[in-house]
Ligand binder design. Structure first.
Ligand code: GUN
Ligand code: ZN
Length: 434
């Protein structure tokens, strides 16, 4: 539920209007040293200098003073697995062994609605603790897990995307649906949840290995019937995964050709990983406006490979960044940026901290086509916010003694920060962390 009582948050405001082209691109963002937001009805009613915002508010409006901390739009995680909260940190070889040995057994437990409800509470507690206000999640293949997921989001007033994982082969029988039941269950869940409060339904075939052609066909049918829905799946993460996919779909030109053939690509399509892409796939990604989702902690943990951000963007492909918990090893978008920065360093690609914080806010909002609702501090958008303390730990405080600019402070936050740097998280104007 949105918090309807108007209030003023005072602090150092940072919000982006476009992707910073470099360290000196001050046009790309707005930074207000003594700034304030007026929150009303779960939305940002005003944003500006504290003195101006305070003067415009009704007398007696409560003021929450977050100085000297930074206030940013809440972080957005574009790819995460809700039923993998107990899979995170599992010692495995690479993707396919990790799925079979840890992930599928853990997801089977979500046949029990009570288990899903318990994990949903813990999952949202983790998101909020880490400053994430929106995420796009894979639920398990059980419809009850989708209900547990969206019910808990509704309780907290959070804008969340997600859907039932569709999977009808190459997994334990108890986890498998069929092409028809996945279609029927997804459609029923979509009708129940999509657009209810802040919920967005995502058609979610896990990946080509665990879906028959009939099931991918059903996913394409759902997308045509409900074109405002997103689609999420995985692609080109791991060499064994790619080889197996091409065996299962010998007629496809390449991995992306499988999804392309079933009409699954478009501006609302989120493709996790996109590490090992060929030129044809890059061209199709660009033409369809599909989004390549970078999952650095997962790619390192599972030894999957290095995401070529510059190569994708030079080819005109839209990109996003995400945790991919439980293949990913942290809920924090700050930890995710830190690992992402290192993945790019290994390829001699340098990412500036301003570009990093744009990416986890407005950049990811644009990747989800939700930039009119979330990802900025623009008046009229939803009051989803994070309050950050760059001196949260002794290590950070010591380093901050010599930081001389906003960019340096942001770099300290992304390199050393985690949930301890998140002072408060607001969803629809309501403080959820403290
Ligand atoms: N490919 C198919 N399923 C998964 C999953 O759960 N995690 C990751 N990282 N890759 C996948
Ligand atoms: Zn994933």
């Amino acid at each position: 539920m949105a918090d309807m009582t108007p209030k003023i948050l005072r602090g150092r405001l940072l919000s982006f209007s476009t992707a910073p082209k470099g360290p000196d691109d001050t046009d790309a963002y707005s930074y207000i040293e003594d700034g304030a937001l007026l929150l009303r009805g779960g939305k940002i009613a005003a944003c500006g200098e504290f003195a101006d915002v305070a003067a415009s508010a009704d007398e007696g409006t409560a003021i929450i003073d977050h100085r000297p901390h930074l206030i940013l739009p809440g972080f957005i995680d574009t790819h995460i697995h809700f039923p993998q909260a107990q899979v995170i940190a599992s010692w495995a070889d690479q993707l396919l062994d990790w799925l079979n040995d840890y992930t599928f057994p853990a997801e089977m437990k979500f046949a029990d609605k009570a288990h899903g409800e318990r994990i949903a509470k813990a999952f949202y507690d983790a998101l909020v603790a880490h400053g994430t206000t929106t995420a796009s999640a894979y639920c398990s293949s059980h419809p009850a897990s989708v209900d547990a997921y969206f019910e808990e989001a509704e309780r907290r007033g959070m804008l969340m995307l997600g859907g039932k994982t569709m999977m009808d082969r190459n997994a334990p029988a108890d986890l498998c649906d069929t092409a028809q039941s996945a279609y029927d269950d997804s459609k029923a869940l979509l009708k129940k949840w999509n657009g209810r409060g802040r919920a967005h339904y995502v058609v979610t075939p896990r990946f080509a290995i665990t879906s028959t052609p009939g099931q991918l066909e059903a996913a394409g049918t759902l997308l045509r019937e409900y074109p405002d829905c997103h689609l999420q799946t995985h692609i080109n993460e791991n060499h064994n995964e790619i080889a197996y996919t091409l065996e299962l779909y010998p007629e496809a030109a390449d991995y992306l050709g499988v999804y392309e053939g079933f009409g699954l690509l478009g501006r609302k399509t989120l493709l996790g990983h996109c590490i090992h892409m060929n030129d044809r796939e890059l061209g199709v990604m660009r033409e369809t406006g599909s989004v390549a989702v970078f999952c650095p902690t997962s790619n390192l943990f599972l030894g999957s490979g290095l995401f070529n951000k510059a190569g994708l963007e030079q080819a005109g492909v839209r990109t996003a960044i995400a945790t991919d918990v439980g293949g990913g090893t942290n809920y924090s978008m700050l930890r995710t940026l830190d690992e992402g920065y290192k993945v790019l360093q290994l390829q001699r690609q340098r990412l500036h901290p301003l570009a990093c914080f744009h990416w986890i806010t407005l950049g990811n909002a644009e990747a989800l086509s939700l930039q009119d609702r979330i990802g900025t501090l623009e008046p009229g958008t939803d009051a989803d916010l994070v309050v950050l303390n760059a001196r949260a730990t002794q290590t950070m405080a010591l380093r901050m003694e010599t930081a001389e600019s906003l960019s340096e402070e942001l770099f300290v936050l992304q390199t050393l920060g985690d949930d301890r740097a998140v002072v408060e998280t607001y969803a629809a104007g309501k403080a959820l962390k403290s």
